[in-house]
Write a protein that binds this ligand. Structure first.
Ligand code: TYD
Length: 136
């Protein structure tokens, strides 16, 4: 059980243009401490490639599309995000990478923590050791 899940947001369809929203603790299962976004990604580039010890996150493609590769230490899954009302919830302790960005895509990331360099695991073997320690 990795706990990764697709969570869709409210979508208010309107002929003037659609609208979606996120309310704290209402649409995602954690309190939002930080919001950041990734944009202007050159073709073929990747972001992420690490795990978080404590941080949970919710990622949505506000514009364009990209893939989110998640790995719980046993299974790797690729999820394509291409709607501004469909995102992925990733609990802590998951290795993840964002790749295959389309031109002009924007990845919005909501985080359960403030930025903390010490929360990152950037080495995949270290991640596997962390996962086996957690299971003990
Ligand atoms: P990082 O999370 O390492 O990006 P990625 O994993 O996608 O390669 O962040 C890149 C840089 O941005 C790093 O120097 C730290 C800085 N940063 C902040 O200062 N605050 C933040 O909230 C984030 C996400 C990054």
């Amino acid at each position: 059980m990795s706990g990764i899940k697709l969570l869709s947001l409210p979508k208010i369809v309107d002929k003037r243009g659609n609208l979606s929203f996120i309310e704290n603790l209402e649409h995602i299962p954690f309190e939002i401490q930080r919001v950041y976004w990734i944009y202007d990604v050159p073709s073929g580039e990747k972001r992420g490639g690490h795990a978080f010890i404590k941080q949970q996150e919710y990622i949505v493609a506000l514009s364009g599309s990209f893939d989110v590769v998640t790995d719980d230490g046993e299974n790797s899954t690729t999820t394509s995000l291409n709607r501004s009302y469909n995102g992925i919830y990733i609990p802590n302790g998951i290795w993840r990478e964002l790749n295959n960005f389309s031109t002009n895509s924007v990845a919005l990331i909501l985080s359960s923590t403030q930025y903390n360099l010490n929360d990152y695991i950037r080495d995949y073997n270290e991640f596997l050791i962390f996962k086996s320690d957690v299971q003990k």
